[in-house]
Design a protein around this ligand. Structure first.
Ligand code: GDP
Ligand code: MG
Length: 165
């Protein structure tokens, strides 16, 4: 069966934009409204002659207690996606910096023992490159700068992903 690559991270970091960029289509819904992806979206994708399953997930978010049940659901989906994956792309946002839910996602990922790459999305310009060191606090190694929207660094990131599958 095909290797499975999952994209995880908190809402609004650009997971669905990256998913569409890699898949070369617009299957995942891109939206400024956090939490738009409620269900997992997966597609049979190809990158430089390598076939794989690509999974987009809803993001782990900071939500008020009234929505705790929803948060549980989203968290479960992320855990499931990580469990299913052979390699994980953990996405953070270099325009926003590190947040509590980034640490949450990082914890889930570390505990899973699955191979991963850490990618800092929205690194659209060199000013944002200077902010990358802030992600060292996640304890996940160096972040690969990418811009899913402008298609910067995505190929380099995929090279690194394929070292794990
Ligand atoms: P998701 O919630 O993690 O799936 O994030 P989305 O893919 O829905 O994107 C959230 C917002 O970030 C949208 O407005 C996207 O257009 C924007 N976005 C995604 N990638 C980039 C990027 O590389 N640079 C910038 N500046 N914006 C981006
Ligand atoms: Mg999404």
């Amino acid at each position: 069966s095909l290797p499975v690559i999952a994209i995880v991270g908190r809402p609004n970091v650009g997971k669905s934009t990256l998913f569409n960029r890699i898949a070369g289509s617009r299957i995942a819904i891109v939206s400024d409204t956090p939490g738009t992806t409620r269900d997992r979206v997966s597609v049979d994708a190809e990158w430089l002659d390598r076939r794989f399953m690509l999974i987009d997930t809803a993001g782990i978010e900071d939500v008020p207690s009234a929505e705790l049940q929803l948060w549980d659901e989203v968290r479960t989906q992320t855990e499931r996606a990580i469990y299913t994956a052979d390699a994980v792309i953990m996405l953070v946002d270099s325009a926003a910096g590190v947040t509590a839910s980034d640490y949450d996602a990082a914890d889930l990922l570390r505990r899973s023992g699955k191979p991963y790459v850490l990618a800092a999305n929205k690194t659209d310009n060199t000013t944002r490159l200077a902010e990358l060191y802030t992600f060292a606090s996640l304890g996940m190694g160096e972040a690969i700068p990418i811009s899913a929207y402008h298609d910067i660094g995505v190929a380099e990131m995929m090279d690194e992903v394929f070292e794990h599958v």
